[in-house]
Ligand binder design. Structure first.
Ligand SMILES: Cc1cc2nc3c(=O)[nH]c(=O)nc-3n(C[C@H](O)[C@H](O)[C@H](O)COP(=O)(O)OP(=O)(O)OC[C@H]3O[C@@H](n4cnc5c(N)ncnc54)[C@H](O)[C@@H]3O)c2cc1C
Length: 435
């Protein structure tokens, strides 16, 4: 059964009106008539004094939650408050990788649900998000790693999720640039998930914002939340740079700013903020048509449709709210790149940037009620929250609408930290740098 099918109450018709619908025919007509018929993708809403639900943070998770609240649960009295313009947070800064090749069964189910939603997302949102299921290939370099990946692949297959082991020779056939016998960590083989791939990140934010607005949600940009108002143990609204707004439910979906916002409501979260960098090289001819990760270092790379290699590594390792990174990590990531593919040494890096990551203490996300009544948290996404946007949005919407966790996300509750039931997907312990 489709995991969502048992939890779909009143479904509203979120389909865009014909005047704003994208189609091949429309493109042709607009092309022939001077492109004068397009309207704004979403209205620039001014905040109203009161909403049933206020979502703080217009990133992927905030926008997706709002969209599914309106389209699946019939709740349209919703505002998304974003301190800047839509799409400039982590949703527009990541390396765009989607996959569901996790180790724990509950995580495989959650992330594969997300992958299934990605597969139909462009049709649902009527927006070209360039979903590209080009495959994700994890390389392994030791027999122990081979065992781990084999166990992971077997578990995924038992749950009906695609995964396969590939030989050294197949790795070379898939990515001819790889130096299998590189002096540091020779490649023994790979672990491939064909349905993994990439999605154009900022198109995801724009697509959800457009669809949510068309379903009746107010997308309020340039509206920073500066305080959370409480009456006793429950929230009653937010203070913003555009005035106070009352709400029955407030959902924090602010990624790297989760701890700061939760503190406004008097909560201390098991989340640290860290910077993670990404890099893009100059454009070259097609050389890489899978997403590849390096099992002996923290390095992942894909080639964008424009031809640049998009790559990244680990967090810089210190707490910060700065959206930039340090040279030592840039050097470490570049070293991994040229170890694996020496031919890359001659490429120029065109752009580099950073995003503020909400690193939870067990490396897993939090979709949960909190000790403050009416305050919901969607956060702790660490490196991996982009791929989770559709499922994160859907399950957060379920939690808000139904008042109880969605079965696929019930394990992401906040109480697990106090109860010692942490979700240590990597078996790495409570250290953000190890996740
Ligand atoms: C370099 C990099 C590479 C990554 N690569 C991947 C990847 O390949 N695959 C993957 O799955 N994940 C990846 N991630 C992680 C992923 O991008 C994040 O986990 C995910 O985008 C976080 O959720 P979000 O989109 O809702 O966050 P964001 O887009 O950051 O949204 C949070 C929003 O809250 C807003 N906000 C903050 N404070 C306030 C306030 N006081 N008032 C109002 N608004 C506020 C911010 O402006 C921001 O727009 C990567 C992240 C980075 C930085």
């Amino acid at each position: 059964m489709h995991p969502e099918s048992e939890s779909q109450p009143q479904t509203t018709d979120a389909a865009p009106s014909s005047s704003g619908r994208f189609s091949g025919w429309r493109l042709l007509v607009e092309g022939l008539t001077g492109q004068r018929g397009w309207s704004r993708a979403w209205a620039k809403a001014a905040p109203r004094p009161r909403y049933r639900v206020v979502i703080v943070g217009g990133g992927g998770h905030g926008l997706a939650s709002a969209y599914y609240l309106a389209s699946r649960y019939g709740i349209t009295d919703v505002a998304v408050l974003e301190q800047g313009p839509i799409g400039l947070g982590n949703v527009g800064r990541n390396t765009t990788i989607i996959r569901s090749n996790y180790f724990r069964a509950d995580n495989i189910r959650f992330y594969d649900y997300s992958l299934k939603l990605w597969e139909g997302l462009e049709q649902e949102l009527n927006f070209n998000a360039m979903v590209s299921q080009r495959g994700t290939l994890n390389l392994f370099h030791t027999e122990a790693q081979r065992d781990l990946f084999t166990r992971r692949a077997n578990l995924m297959r038992l749950l009906g999720v695609d995964a396969q082991s590939v030989s050294r020779e197949s790795v070379k056939a898939l990515v001819p640039l790889v130096d299998l016998d590189n002096g540091r960590y020779p490649v023994l083989g790979g672990f491939l998930q064909r349905r993994g791939g990439t999605v154009r990140h900022d198109a995801v934010a724009w697509g959800y914002a457009r669809a949510a607005a068309r379903a009746g949600v107010d997308i309020v940009e340039h509206c920073e939340v500066t305080g959370i108002r409480r009456e006793g143990s429950r929230v009653i609204g937010v203070e913003t740079t555009r005035g106070p707004i009352a709400a029955d439910t407030i959902c924090l979906a602010v990624a790297g700013h989760s701890s700061r916002l939760a503190a406004m409501a008097g909560l201390r979260l098991p989340i640290e903020s860290h910077v993670l960098q990404a890099f893009v090289t100059e454009s070259i001819k097609p050389v890489l048509d899978v997403v590849m990760t390096y099992g002996a270092g923290h390095f992942y790379v894909s080639q964008s449709n424009k031809g640049g290699l998009v790559y990244g590594g680990g967090i810089d390792g210190y707490n910060t709210y700065g959206q930039r990174g340090t040279l030592p990590m840039a050097e470490e990531v570049a070293a991994a790149a040229v170890t694996l593919m020496p031919g890359l040494a001659r490429l120029k890096v065109l752009r580099q940037w950073g995003g503020v990551m909400d690193m939870s203490m067990d490396g897993s996300p939090i979709i949960s009620k909190t000790a403050v009544q009416g305050l919901i948290l969607n956060g702790g996404w660490c490196y991996g929250g982009f791929k989770a946007i559709p499922a994160g949005g859907m399950t957060t919407a379920h939690l808000i609408a139904r008042g109880e966790p969605h079965p696929l996300a019930a394990h992401f509750n906040l109480e697990r930290f106090a109860a010692g039931r942490t979700i240590d997907e990597r078996g790495a312990g409570p250290f953000p740098f190890a996740h």
